[in-house]
Design a protein around this ligand. Sequence first.
Ligand SMILES: [Zn+2]
Ligand SMILES: [Zn+2]
Length: 390
Amino acid sequence: MMDRLALLSEAKSLIEAERGRWQALSRGVWEHPELAYEERYACQRQVEELRALGFAPETPTAGVETAFRADVGSGHPAFAIASEYDALEGLGHGCGHNLICTAALAAFQAAVKLRDKHGLKGRLTLLGTPAEESGGGKVVMIEHGCLDGVDAAMMVHPSWRTTPDTGSTAVRRFDVAFSGKAAHAAGSPELGLNALDATLMVFTAINAWRQQLPEFTRVHGVILEGGVRPNIIPDRSRSRFYLRSAQEDWADKMEARFQDIVRGAELMTGCTAEVKSYHRPYMSRKPNSAMNSAYVEAMKTLGANPVLPPRPGRGSSDFGNFSHAVPGIHPYFAVTDHEIPGHSLEMAAASATGFAFDNALRAAAAMAVIAVRYLGDDDFRAQVDEAFRK
Ligand SMILES: [Zn+2]
Ligand SMILES: [Zn+2]
């Protein structure tokens, strides 16, 4: 057993000692929002900080130009900390990923120092994982072996409140294009096939379907193209749908029904449909209960007031794929003291405040301690591994 309280206060001091560095990193990334797979500034910036701290990061890595990794030690146990840094179109850092990368680097640096100080064996890895909002950076990186030899993984994410990881939904995304036949809408409508109607029928069918879907699912869509002028029967329409489910078997069922709905719209309108996957699917997140308890305990000790939300998380994240491969959690830290929506301008503004930054550093200290305990506390590691097998 390791002294958790002593470790936590050591981690906090190590992180506080570099406070100015972390503040500048968070601010710099916040001021340079970059979309999925275009995070050149954020990637470079983190790589430079790591070099300045004496690490030897590798970039590009795992088949992704804006990914990086840094390793200290080798063999097992091996614990990985994930950094995210992509932004949202029109919202800047409306998901607060500037704080995620800051907390990840701060935690990694503190964990490495604690590993050395306590003479622990095993490996600590920092993974710079781009394109979380879309594009599935972690999915690509897993395919390229980024988790090979890794035994457990963790990251922290901003939210309006501090909570353990309450899971997330699997998401499958589809683009649907209907082709019909253009005709003068008044002069010769009988010669047309209305592709917009086909899309509207898909929406109508989905809205009826909702009543029979379990609470842990979500479906939402937008119309991307729906015709040009009212006096032309639209010969083409396009829409995009996200199907989400906290259970993988329901994700399969939903996908099958969705395909049937599209076929139905073809039959009803005489149009033809093309359904294509849009971005890689993400798996649901399976939070590790032992790591969650350790996070809540550490955040409580650090004064961050963690709460347990009344219902599980319904968003989606490519960390879901990590959590199926190895034990892992994706808990949250507060960026405000009142409820604000995720993916919003309010969230972007909150992610640049001192309040948010202080909590990001608390979450970093909690994460550093969890990493170090995984390496050096045999009982804790056994609990984590046992919870994963369940
Ligand atoms: Zn997001
Ligand atoms: Zn996010």
